[in-house]
Ligand binder design. Structure first.
Ligand SMILES: Cc1ncc(C[n+]2csc(CCOP(=O)(O)OP(=O)(O)O)c2C)c(N)n1
Ligand SMILES: [Mg+2]
Length: 336
């Protein structure tokens, strides 16, 4: 379960208060991500999908809260459980579902599936590199380019608990820290890397503890509380933009389904999942909006309905889209 830690989001929240409109937007993005995920999982379980897919369940507050904290000019390099961030940044469910079905209308034009390679530099999204965590040096390079060009922009990327034990995590953070690059790294601690639980691959308790080695702040936040995630990220982004260097933000959550669609995750203790289920990020936020009178049941239902319609439309769009034209196979290849 998320720890009670003094380094959580609450101290930042008052400084980055969200308007009612913004809170409803956050809820919409989380609900869109959840609705898409439910439909995607059902689709793949029926054997209608292409290749594998990674469920986003449990990650919605992290991907949405962090993506929402950026300015349009900032660059993001998301990974395979950051669907909410892709949506917030402007990739439409239509383009993403078409991507997942390998269609010409997908983000990578059918060159890749899943969220792999689903980048669009018009939206300042770097395509996800399958090898983990190879997006990190790319994102740090982007951040360094902002330093050289004297641009007040920030690069933000993500890393999983398992991926943070790879060499590139350390090399990237070290380089970014030494050069005070405007870089924010979101550590998604979902307790598992495929079937490997945290304690079997990391000798320290928190991913944030690793920040000490690079002389940068390592913060811990409840990854199921979208407002807390947003506030901490917003603060780190502001610090990076002002020349204060990188921050590592550990968001604690739980991967609620298997690693990918084929994985039933029998190795995860049921009690652990049941405990986290009580803190479902979408339900938590919905409850808060209702309790605080920010939305009523009718408004919540309207948002849910809107998301259902949008996802159904995306699936139909993807199914009706053509496969890529083989004649375009070498487009975008620099040395065909
Ligand atoms: C270098 C490398 N090794 C193995 C894989 C296969 N792989 C894809 S995701 C994954 C688990 C990563 O775990 P974590 O970083 O905790 O992210 P999570 O999937 O839990 O979000 C593995 C082993 C990979 N993509 N790249
Ligand atoms: Mg993990």
């Amino acid at each position: 379960m998320p720890q009670k830690n003094s380094r959580n989001g609450s101290e930042h929240e008052s400084r980055h208060a969200l308007s009612i409109q913004q809170k409803l937007e956050l809820y919409y993005w989380m609900q869109l991500t959840r609705t898409y995920d439910n439909q995607m999982v059902a689709y793949w379980r029926q054997g209608r999908g292409l290749g594998g897919v990674f469920s986003q369940r449990g990650h919605e507050a992290i991907s949405v809260g962090t993506g929402y904290a950026l300015e349009p000019d900032d660059v993001v390099a998301p990974m395979h459980r950051d669907l909410g961030c892709y949506f917030v940044r402007g990739l439409t469910p239509r383009r993403v579902f078409a991507q997942m079905l390998g269609r010409a209308t997908g983000v990578s034009g059918g060159r890749d599936v899943n969220l792999h390679g689903a980048g669009d530099m018009n939206l300042n999204i770097v395509g996800f590199i399958s090898h983990l965590p190879h997006s990190l040096p790319v994102a740090v390079g982007v951040a360094m380019s902002f330093v050289y060009r004297k641009e007040k922009r920030v690069a933000l990327s993500y890393v999983g608990d398992g991926s943070s034990s790879e060499g590139l995590f350390h090399e990237s953070l070290n380089l970014a820290a030494v050069h005070k690059a405007p870089f924010v790294l979101i550590a998604e601690n979902n307790q598992y890397a495929y079937s490997t639980p945290l304690h079997q691959q990391m000798p320290v308790e928190n991913m944030a503890d690793r920040a000490v080695a690079y002389g940068i702040p390592g913060l811990i936040v409840d990854g199921n509380d979208v407002e807390a995630v947003y506030a901490v990220t917003k603060e780190a982004v502001a610090r990076a933009r002002a020349g204060g260097g990188p921050t590592l933000i550990e968001c604690k959550t739980m991967r609620m389904l298997g690693h990918a669609i084929h994985d039933g995750a029998e190795y995860v203790p049921r009690e652990l999942l049941e405990a986290w289920e009580k803190r479902d990020p979408v339900v938590l936020f919905e409850r808060r909006l209702l309790e605080q009178g920010i939305a009523d049941e009718a408004e919540i239902d309207e948002i849910k309905h809107r998301c259902e319609v949008e996802v159904a439309d995306a699936i139909e769009f993807a199914e009706q889209s053509p496969m890529p034209d083989p004649a375009t196979v070498s487009d975008g290849v620099y040395a065909p």
